[in-house]
Design a protein around this ligand. Structure first.
Ligand code: ZN
Length: 230
């Protein structure tokens, strides 16, 4: 009885609301209400993991295998709102929930034995200390629980790249050279790696990471992000 009282009190002081529609959440809901969860723009990349527009995007940049994203990215859409929450609103548990939701789909579609380890794209340490967490790592943690895989932070950033949005694709690729390096070699040798990030736009960041992994002993690398498209 007392526990219920404490919980009611906490709900009153710190109301839990859906991060998309703002409706107050039921006890069994976390981060998102069931309606918003049920209407997320889920993609079907898992049905064609080696033959889709994301694979076309990374062609020539890296020799990765499968490329998939959980949500379709649209400007002003729910996937962009979720990414914003992850970047600016301190919501690591949301990233983890998105990972477990996608992990469940991947599991149901026979992906559970595809990989040895999950590796997240690292944030620059300054950015990570400002944000408090790496959203790609939390997305990876959700995936790792759902797929019963371990997650290793095998990569690190070498230097800061300034904002790249105004640059051309070629300049961006050039600029990504030497940005990442391996921080833990023992986790890579001969392994099938699932490399995860929050969003895929040009694919330059993911491919730069994949190339470092492949150049340091990884057997193969597949890519999964929370959102992609646009
Ligand atoms: Zn909602």
């Amino acid at each position: 009885m007392r526990l219920f009282f404490v919980k009611d009190f906490l709900d009153l002081v710190f109301p839990r609301n859906c991060l998309l529609c703002g409706r107050s959440l039921y006890d069994h809901e976390n981060n998102l209400c069931s309606i918003c969860k049920g209407t997320l723009p889920v993609t079907s990349y898992h049905l064609r993991p080696t033959d889709n527009d994301l694979c076309d995007k990374v062609k020539g940049l890296s020799t990765v295998g499968m490329v998939m994203a959980y949500l379709k990215f649209t400007k002003g859409g729910n996937s962009q709102k979720l990414l914003h929450q992850l970047k600016y609103r301190n919501k690591p548990q949301l990233a983890k929930e998105l990972g477990s939701l996608y992990g469940k789909i991947l599991n149901e579609n026979g992906y559970s034995k595809c990989w040895d380890v999950i590796v997240p794209v690292p944030l620059h340490p300054l950015k990570q200390s400002r944000r408090g967490y790496n959203q790609s790592e939390y997305f990876g943690l959700g995936l790792s629980e759902a797929l019963s895989l371990k997650l290793e932070n095998s990569l690190q950033r070498r230097k800061f790249t300034e904002t790249q949005t105004q640059k051309s694709r070629l300049e961006r690729m050039f600029n990504m050279d030497d940005v990442f390096e391996v921080s833990n070699y023992s986790t890579l040798s001969g392994k099938s790696i699932l490399l995860v990030d929050d969003v895929m736009t040009t694919g330059a960041t993911l491919c730069a990471c994949a190339n470092v992994l492949l150049g340091n002993g990884a057997k193969n690398v597949d890519l999964v992000t929370i959102a992609a498209g646009g």
